[in-house]
Each structure stands twice: as C-alpha cells, then as structure tokens.
Design a protein around this ligand. Structure first.
Ligand code: CP
Ligand code: NVA
Length: 301
C-alpha cells in the first residue's frame, strides 16, 4: 500500500508512468470512451480548508473512474470535535478504499497515513501541494515537451507550492530558480534535502534574475489559506514580486505562465499576464482532473 503525501513518495519512474497514464486517460475521455478501473471503489475526501479545483477534480475523477467520492468537511465530522486523527484514520480506512486530505499541518496527513489501512493522498497542507505539481509538469509537457533540463522560475512566497516545485526539481530534473523576499524564503531543510538528491536549485531575492531565460514562470498568492490576517503585511513585503509583462519579457520568448489558482490579479500577477497569450492556467486547472485520475488509478486500482 502506498501513500502520496509529497512528490518524493513516488520515484521518477512512477511519476513518469502516472503522467503517461494521465495523457492516455485524458485522450480517452476526449474521445468519449469510458475508463472505469475503480468500479465499486470509494474515496473519502476530508477538507479542513476551502477548495474549488481539488474537490471537483477528485470528485468528478472518482465518478469517471467508476467509483464514488465522499465530501467530508472536517468541521461536520467528529474530527472537528476533537476525535483523534489516528482514530479517524482507523475507522475511515475500514470503509473506504482511499482518503484524500486537505488540511493545515503536514503532520496531520502523516499521522493519518500512519494509522490508515488504505492509501492517503495529500490534497494540500501548509507544507506541500504535490497533486498540483504533477499536474503542472503534465501541463508544461503538453505544451512544450520534456521539462527535464528546462528552467522554471518561481516568484513570490516560499510556500507549499514553492516547496512542491522544489521536490519536483528532484523528480523531474528541471532547473529551479526561486525569487522570494527576505523572511518568506522556502523551508531550508526541504531545499537542502532536494539539493542533496541532485536538484539544481538557486534562490535569491531578485525576480528578474530568477526569470531570466526561464521556460516557465510561476507564482502563487502572497497570503495562503490560514494566513489571511497577514495579508496587509505580506502585500508590503511582496511589492516588486508581481509577475508583470515587464518581468515576463526577461524570460525565454516562448515561456509559459502558470498559477495553481485562485489568483489575485494586480497582486502576485497582472491581469495582462494571467489573461495573456503565455498563460496556460485554464489548461492547468483542467489537468488536475486528468493527472489525479491517473494518480487514483496508480494508488487504488
Ligand atoms: N489549486 C488548487 O488546489 O485549487 P483549490 O484550492 O480550488 O482546490
Ligand atoms: N498557497 C495556496 C495554494 C492554494 C491552492 C494556499 O495554500 O492557500
């Protein structure tokens, strides 16, 4: 039994296999052909934070694979009243075939997985968002071919998405250049661990240096879920980290722009960039469905 708590829980070969299956499953869906390897299987989806894409893609994905998904908002379960995570894991995993969790502390999904008899998928924690990076690499490669050896620029907060791009540099072999303001750098342990595993990652406070000749430019909100009270302070710290057309002009001429969404136009990205010709954010959002169906097939079939 396997869990997917970070990208590093699967090997490069396994990640490659999942992305190949994602392309196959997407093409089948577009041809109107059924693909139902999960008939009779059930996925429990625990949400302790808001979601549009993650919830809809997992729920629709399970249905299309022939299975069923249960939406469990943490606050309306006994978890929200203090039932221990370990007990919830023991009970739920006797009834469902897989569990997806979106929550705050990464230790919560680790603890759940430790006591679960079925695969657990991280649907976003404060630390990482691995399903999004699987999807983002899939999306890049649909548009531009192999990402290995290409340069990805991350602009903004050293948050859960930045951490997953760091892990992705290990798995997929792209070069990663991050630009984050002082005080908002990614977790140093994750950075060093990725470098130790061979990832080519540089980090500075200079967005122009990070974007120079990049093949993909990506960013995320300045205040993540749970950080709403820091919004004003963060807006000040991140001034100068907006991905504008001026910044994109330093990237490779055919560079793509990605954002996991939801986005704040005029903060981390200008409307001209996110709604412009280099942006592939709508393909990226749709691909959550296809990439996660391949992940579900890999873990649950
Ligand atoms: N990108 C992403 O995970 O979106 P949601 O928060 O809408 O699920
Ligand atoms: N960093 C954002 C990603 C949302 C999909 C957050 O954690 O809120």
């Amino acid at each position: 039994m396997r869990h997917f708590l970070t990208l590093l829980d699967i090997s490069t070969e396994e990640a490659r296999h999942i992305l190949e299956r994602a392309a196959f499953i997407k093409a089948k869906l577009k041809r109107g052909e059924a693909h139902q390897p999960l008939k009779g299987k059930t996925l429990g989806m625990i949400f302790d934070k808001a979601s549009t894409r993650t919830r809809v893609s997992f729920e629709v994905g399970m249905y299309q694979l022939g299975g069923h998904a249960l939406f469990l908002h943490a606050s309306s379960t006994q978890l929200g009243r203090g039932e221990p995570v370990a007990d919830s894991a023991r009970v739920l995993s006797r009834m469902v075939d897989g569990v997806m969790i979106r929550t705050y502390g990464h230790d919560i999904v680790q603890n759940f997985a430790k006591h679960s008899a079925v695969p657990v998928i991280n649907g976003l924690t404060d630390l990482t968002h691995p399903c999004q990076i699987l999807t983002d690499v899939f999306t890049y490669e649909e548009h531009r071919g192999a990402i290995e050896g290409k340069t990805v620029a991350w602009i903004g907060d050293g948050n859960n998405m930045a951490h997953s791009w760091i892990n992705g540099a290990v798995t997929f072999g792209y070069r990663l250049k991050l630009a984050c303001p002082k005080g908002y750098m990614p977790d140093d342990k994750m950075l060093q661990a990725a470098r130790h595993l061979g990832a080519d990652i540089s980090i500075s406070e200079d967005p122009i240096a990070a974007v120079r000749k990049a093949d993909l430019v990506t960013t995320d909100v300045w205040a993540s879920m749970g950080q709403e009270a820091e919004q004003a302070k963060r807006a000040e710290a991140f001034a100068g980290y907006c991905v504008t057309e001026h910044l994109m002009a330093h990237a490779a001429p055919d560079a793509l722009f990605m954002h996991c969404l939801p986005a704040h136009r005029g903060e981390e990205v200008s409307a001209e960039v996110i709604d412009g010709s280099q942006s592939v954010v709508w393909d990226e959002a749709e691909n959550r469905l296809h990439a996660q169906k391949a992940l579900l097939e890999f873990l649950l079939a």
